[in-house]
Ligand binder design. Structure first.
Ligand SMILES: Nc1ncnc2c1ncn2[C@@H]1O[C@H](COP(=O)(O)OP(=O)(O)OP(=O)(O)O)[C@@H](O)[C@H]1O
Ligand SMILES: [Mg+2]
Length: 259
């Protein structure tokens, strides 16, 4: 029996973006589905951040269509994107080192009771529960966020987005600055969020990281969509070769080899 195909939360059809006369995106088609991790790969200047900014409501496309839940939509501001359930976790995380983990978790969305008094105990409890439920091991949510590892900080930012109702979580190079172990913390969490039905958009340079969690892969090169494939249609080797620009590397290897 075939599984019914879910309705994509976001669909891009022939989306383009030019800055002045410069074409940063030259036609991108993408379906972002619930419970899937969509990986967006590409070298520097490929257009990855431009694509994210369109999904986050920071930029409007120059051409093409954006559909949300099957209906053509315009995201004119980050507020529009959040209202549609699209949350973006940038590399420069909105995590305040001097505040505790739970204060960070509720930052800007604090629970208050009568006279605006903070419901500290409740927020502490919810934060702790949420992190545990999502499989994150942070024993004490009272510690300052500055004490967390890079991976844990990413994960708190993602967990917060999911708790506050994000259906789509966009991650801009969440593992770029991390070592193997810390990347593992983030990748495990991406898988957990996906398994809870969240649509994850994972932007990365790293095909190995992408292949560990990805259900779908898109490669951008100088604004062109070079490849768009479900996991079943591509191996890690193929993805790595596509990313590395196999032919370019070979030329470089001849050039750099001595003798
Ligand atoms: N606001 C802007 N004005 C003019 N050109 C821009 C602007 N933003 C991006 N660009 C150009 O568009 C192209 C794509 O940039 P983008 O930031 O989307 O690439 P990227 O794939 O995220 O790269 P990186 O891996 O370095 O982050 C680049 O050539 C960049 O110089
Ligand atoms: Mg970028």
């Amino acid at each position: 029996m075939t599984q019914p195909t879910p309705q994509p939360i976001i669909q891009l059809r022939g989306v383009t973006k030019s800055y002045g006369g410069f074409d940063a995106l030259r036609g991108v088609d993408l379906a972002i589905n619930p419970g899937e991790c969509t990986c967006v790969l590409g070298d520097n200047g490929a257009g990855k951040s431009t694509l994210i900014k369109i999904l986050a409501g920071l930029h409007t496309p120059s051409g093409g269509q954006l559909l949300i839940d099957g209906t053509e939509a315009t995201l004119s501001s980050p507020r529009d994107a959040l209202d549609a359930g699209i949350a973006t976790v940038y590399q420069t995380l909105a995590i305040v080192d001097e505040l505790s983990v739970w204060r960070n978790f509720f930052l800007g969305q604090e629970l208050t009771g009568a006279f605006g008094v903070l419901k500290r105990a409740e927020m502490r409890r919810i934060c702790s529960e949420q992190l545990t439920q999502m499989g994150i091991d942070i024993p004490d949510v009272e510690v300052e966020a500055g004490n967390l590892s890079g991976g844990q900080r990413q994960v708190v930012a993602i967990a917060r987005a999911v708790y506050f109702g994000a259906r789509v979580v966009i991650l801009d190079e969440p593992t770029a600055a991390l070592g193997v172990k810390q990347s593992g913390v983030v990748l495990r969490f991406i898988a957990a969020a996906r398994d809870r039905g969240v649509a994850v958009v994972f932007v990365t340079h790293n095909p190995h990281h992408a292949y560990l969690v990805g259900d779908h892969f898109t490669i951008l090169k100088l604004g062109r969509q070079e490849l768009d494939a479900p996991r079943s249609a591509i191996t890690l080797d193929e993805l790595t070769r596509e990313m590395a620009g196999g032919a370019e590397l070979e030329t470089l290897s001849h050039e750099l080899r001595r003798g």
